[in-house]
Design a protein around this ligand. Structure first.
Ligand SMILES: [Zn+2]
Length: 115
């Protein structure tokens, strides 16, 4: 499953960055997931719990996902538009554009630790 491998790589990168002692105090992982990234937040949550239990890692951590809208920047009139229903049209001049400026994110934004 796609989402499981994403969670594994998230855990791997946190294990590289933080000591075992720090990891025990980790309570929340904030991720940003673009609506154009092909990642389903619910499946990512399920994968998170599955890997957490199976590998006994980050036992206290919760996953918090923020969805990032798809935006384009029109090459014609330089207006930013939020894209809905995958209609890649400028809201201002109506021209088709696939000049994406957001929506493909898949990243760890922040991690929280117990005080
Ligand atoms: Zn335009």
């Amino acid at each position: 499953m796609h989402e499981v491998s994403i969670i594994r790589s998230v855990f791997n990168s946190l294990e590289e960055q933080f000591s075992a002692e720090e990891r025990e105090k980790l309570t929340q992982i904030d991720m940003e997931v673009g609506l154009f990234s092909n990642i389903e937040p619910l499946l990512l949550q399920n994968a998170f719990k599955a890997v957490q239990e199976a590998e006994n890692k980050f036992p206290r951590a919760q996953l918090h996902i923020t969805s990032i809208p798809i935006k384009i920047l029109c090459e014609n009139c330089h207006t930013e538009s939020v894209i809905e229903n995958y209609k890649f049209l400028c809201n201002n001049c109506g021209r088709a554009s696939n000049n994406l400026i957001s929506g493909t994110e898949l990243l760890i934004k922040r991690v929280h630790f117990e005080d």
